[in-house]
Design a protein around this ligand. Structure first.
Ligand SMILES: *Cc1c(COP(=O)(O)O)cnc(C)c1O
Length: 459
């Protein structure tokens, strides 16, 4: 083991050195991958030296998500303390289903959950879990809503047309979850959004009424705190003013992207009213920069978690009681420890340290937005209070621009679409970045365009 840990250290050091020199690797064409890297598996193992150099080659040619040139998705940067916690979790290799096997790690998970419940003002019956990602947090919320609507469904299956409401700008996991949960895609109502990408509450109200008139059964409304493209926040108070008038209509807040604003005094107003929701989720691997994945789902009444997810299993639950046997409220059976990395970070920087990460992301977004607004070659498509800064540059086709920047190994950034407009989406989620790094983003982009302009497609 000692030798392999040393090897780990050696390869990590190389990676860090390479990242410093080159924030982006030139991508290997997918069709060429198996010709270029020896990924094939065979009957005989390879010797230690060959393994070392192969591992190094694979690591150094893998896309770099932790550098100052990665703006492609809703995560990025390498948080030291989060990484430390994650590495220790790997060494410990617990499974979080029972106290017998998780011990203090179970306590760590429970402490995080209860702290978040408290921050949300969810009351003393609240509880939560660490699902395997934001999509699965939404899935668990939807299943609790389904089973709370009709307590027999877990025995009998779904036999009515149950309806889900979510905005047209919400995450595609809602669609997948309707497929998985026996609800069906046709029972999803895609509620219209306004020009800022927020759900229009009146449109929600009309749709619910018309479905009830048709004899359908509304059971789940999903509000989004930070839509995936524009980073828009649905108005939770306005949506709750509608949902509260219907029995068993569950309100979930999908905060996978930006729900972590609850950690910031300056930005938590963006989720005003969240304490009225039935459930809330956020990804600590997005705004809080801990390694993938770390998603937390909180619900107001813990009996709903139990009702939907607890099953007996004599071969597993043998000691300590349900409060500490977290498998009684989780989606999986064996479950990796996603809590330690978040706890290590939180413990080390305190809540105020998490707050400054969030604030920094909004500051960086302000910097980027100001730059775009003040430079006539740019057009802005996004709004304040969002860490997604959407723009186009010099009428260059954003898809071609982003793809060319990637293929030439210059910069990782993606494009998005809203109401028929396509644009570059710069995500300022890496809180290790500073103003200069954002300026460098624009510089790399502009220099590239200058060199390549004639070859790039215009719109
Ligand atoms: C990222 C995201 C999700 C999905 O989270 P995963 O952890 O990738 O499954 C869900 N909803 C929103 C709004 C997101 O931005």
């Amino acid at each position: 083991m000692q030798a392999d840990l040393e090897l780990f250290q050696k390869i990590s050091d190389k990676l860090l050195a390479h990242e410093k020199k080159n924030g982006v690797v030139k991508p290997i064409k997918a069709e060429k991958l198996l010709d270029i890297l020896n990924l094939d598996l065979s009957h005989e193992g390879i010797n230690q030296n060959a393994l070392e150099s192969l591992l190094e080659e694979v690591v150094l040619s893998t896309p770099r998500t932790s550098t100052k040139l990665f703006f492609n998705q809703l995560f990025g940067g390498r948080n030291n303390k989060g990484t430390l916690g994650e590495l220790l979790a790997v060494m410990l290799n617990n499974s979080m289903y029972t106290y017998k096997v998780g011990g203090p790690q179970v306590g760590i998970e429970k402490v995080i959950i209860s702290k978040v419940c408290e921050m949300l003002n969810f009351g003393e019956n609240a509880d939560g879990t660490f699902p395997p990602g934001g999509s699965m947090s939404n899935f668990m919320a939807m299943l609790m809503a389904r089973d709370a609507y009709n307590r027999d469904i877990k025995f009998e299956g779904v036999s009515e047309k149950m309806v889900i409401y979510t905005s047209s700008a919400s995450h595609y996991s809602i669609t997948k979850n309707a497929m998985f949960g026996g609800i069906g895609i046709n029972q999803i109502r895609s509620v219209k959004v306004d020009e800022f990408g927020k759900m229009i509450p009146e449109a929600l109200q009309e749709q619910i009424e018309s479905d009830i008139n048709e004899g359908l059964k509304p059971f789940f409304v999903n509000a989004t705190a930070g839509t995936t493209v524009l980073g828009a926040f649905d108005d939770i108070n306005a949506i709750h003013d509608i949902t509260k008038n219907y029995e068993n209509l569950w309100l979930h807040v999908d905060g996978a992207y930006c729900g972590s604003v609850i950690f910031s005094k300056s930005y938590k107003h963006l989720v005003d009213g969240v304490e009225k929701a039935d459930s809330f989720s956020f990804n600590a691997h997005k705004m809080l920069n801990v390694p993938l994945s770390c998603s937390i789902l909180i619900t107001k009444e813990k009996h709903n978690l139990k009702h939907s997810f607890a099953c007996e299993a004599d071969y597993l639950y043998q000691t300590d009681g349900d409060e500490y046997n977290l498998g009684k409220t989780s989606l999986q059976c064996g479950r990796r420890n996603d809590a330690l990395k978040f706890w290590t970070l939180w413990k080390s920087v305190g809540t105020k340290g998490l707050e400054s990460m969030i604030d920094q992301q909004f500051n960086l977004a302000d910097t980027a937005r100001n730059y775009v607004v003040n430079h006539p070659d740019y057009k802005l498509y996004s709004y304040r209070d969002s860490i997604s800064v959407c723009f186009n540059y010099k009428n260059i086709d954003p898809k071609d621009l982003c793809n060319s920047l990637y293929e030439d190994g210059k910069l990782m950034v993606g494009y998005g679409e809203f109401q028929g407009e396509v644009f570059v989406r710069l995500v300022t989620i890496n809180s290790n970045n500073e103003t200069d790094d954002i300026m460098n983003f624009f510089k790399v982009l502009e220099t590239y365009v200058e060199e390549k302009e004639s070859k790039l497609i215009s719109v």
